[in-house]
Design a protein around this ligand. Structure first.
Ligand code: SAM
Length: 236
């Protein structure tokens, strides 16, 4: 017997069904996406987010909150980012079919899945995660949700980037750095974009564009992310 999770306005209940364990939370997902419109996120990104089952990227005990617009614990002191932040960051990056993206901070794999929705079928996203159990968690979630053909998860220090597959059309950093790591800018194509939170207590999201001779950098908004820990990040 399969189990379906179906949502009602006040929460989640279990219902029997056929064909393996399936979770259906479509109604809550639609409500969430509607609420994200006030953040001026593009319809294309919202459509992509509507296709990604966020409840497959959260820990078992947090499933009923999967479609709340807030970060949730994924263990190891880390979080899956709030949906509006994922939408805002995706919108900054000019994501389209066929491009190659690097993400730093795979966490649950959710943000990578939304990016995959925007760059598939020919694009690919490489995502690096420092904490081995989370790299495993992200890989498992991405497989379960059907994104493994478009996403490669790597365990390691993402403050160094991932030179093996560089240059990238875009880099999305989901943890806050002390400054923009030069290694990441070097791994961008000219014209490529890097979205990165910078700061410790007070953080700003920056959009960096690689130019022929260096980079252009502009502030987007104030944010609150967990720290980037690593050689070109904060110390552990
Ligand atoms: N993108 C994630 C998601 O959708 O669930 C959210 C990730 S969480 C806000 C930030 C992640 O960055 C954490 O999982 C953390 O372990 C990771 N991180 C911190 N420093 C890192 C580094 N140097 N390299 C790779 N990952 C790092």
């Amino acid at each position: 017997m399969a189990i379906y999770y179906e949502t009602v306005s006040s929460g989640v209940y279990l219902k029997g069904g056929k064909g393996g364990i399936t979770f259906t939370m479509d109604k809550d997902r639609r409500t969430l996406i509607k609420s994200l419109r006030r953040h001026d996120i593009s319809e294309r990104v919202l459509d992509a987010m509507e296709r990604v089952p966020r409840h497959l990227f959260v820990r078992d005990g947090a499933r009923e909150y999967a479609y709340a617009d807030r970060p949730l614990s994924i263990g190891e002191g880390q979080t899956i980012s709030a949906p509006h932040m994922v939408g805002i960051m995706c919108d900054l990056m000019d994501l389209h079919d066929g491009i190659k993206i690097l993400e730093i901070g795979a966490g649950s794999g959710y943000h990578a899945a939304v990016i995959a929705e925007l760059i598939k079928p020919s694009g690919h996203i490489y995502t690096v995660e420092r904490i081995p159990t989370l790299a495993e968690f992200a890989g498992k979630n991405l497989r379960a949700a059907g994104y493994s053909p478009f996403v490669t998860v790597h365990g390691g220090d993402g403050s160094l980037g991932w030179a093996e597959y560089a240059p990238y059309d875009g880099i999305s950093v989901t943890c806050a750095a002390p400054d923009v790591p030069a290694a990441l800018v070097e791994q961008l194509k000219v014209g490529g974009k890097l979205a990165i939170p910078v700061g410790r207590m007070w953080q700003e999201l920056y959009l960096v564009e690689r130019t022929e001779h260096g980079m252009d950098k502009r502030k987007v908004t104030s944010v609150a992310f967990v720290p980037l820990i690593g050689k070109y990040g904060f110390k552990d």
